[in-house]
Design a protein around this ligand. Structure first.
Ligand SMILES: C[S@@+](CC[C@H](N)C(=O)[O-])C[C@H]1O[C@@H](n2cnc3c(N)ncnc32)[C@H](O)[C@@H]1O
Length: 171
């Protein structure tokens, strides 16, 4: 019998403490963790996309980073719904789990995904900078380092990219 649980919850929190074993979770979970394939089509994402579409012309948004993208289902939705409206739109997904990023590349080969730990990797010299960061259902896992999270996330924005800070939706 495998020593690995196939229940994704077992890799996330234990006794109220964050385990954060996201690579093993994405490797061994029998379900899609957090049912990302289904929640990508939820009303919340519908609303996010509607808000984003509203602000697109005003803020000249051409590049979006889906931070903590998991398997990239929302990144793919952003790509299919926003790219018809913006010439050469760039959508990039990053996730602490290189396993999630690798699976996302296979699922959505038209999008770039990278394994990046927003808290601990040195991203200050990363050439990729974005007009907008989209963060969905990630803050739970970085909450104990919230200040660090926001200061590191900010370095992913182009100069002036902070024009739409409300786009970092709480969740
Ligand atoms: C609940 S999932 C949300 C996935 C996706 N945003 C969605 O809504 O479908 C949370 C994701 O945050 C990622 N994550 C947690 N800590 C992270 C960190 N420090 N840097 C980057 N990603 C992180 C996890 O690997 C996981 O894929």
């Amino acid at each position: 019998m495998s020593k690995f649980s196939d229940d994704y919850h077992d890799y996330v929190f234990k006794n109220g403490k964050l385990l954060g074993q996201f690579d093993d979770m994405y490797r061994h979970s029998k379900e899609v963790p957090w049912h990302q394939d289904k929640t990508a089509n939820s009303l919340f994402v519908d609303l996010d996309i509607a808000i984003l579409k509203h602000f697109l012309p005003e803020f000249n948004i051409r590049s979006i980073c889906d931070l903590g993208c998991g398997l990239g289902y929302v990144s793919a939705r952003l790509h299919s719904e926003i790219s018809p409206l913006v010439a050469e739109l760039n959508i990039t997904g990053i996730d602490v789990s290189t396993e999630a990023a690798a699976q996302a590349c296979l699922l959505h080969p038209h999008i770039n995904f990278f394994g990046v730990n927003i808290l601990h990797d040195d991203i200050s010299s990363w050439e990729r900078k974005f007009d907008l960061l989209y963060v969905k259902d990630v803050l739970w896992y970085v909450a104990q380092d919230a200040k660090l999270f926001f200061s590191k996330a900010k370095t992913l924005l182009k100069r002036g990219g902070g024009a739409l800070p409300a786009a970092i939706r709480a969740g």
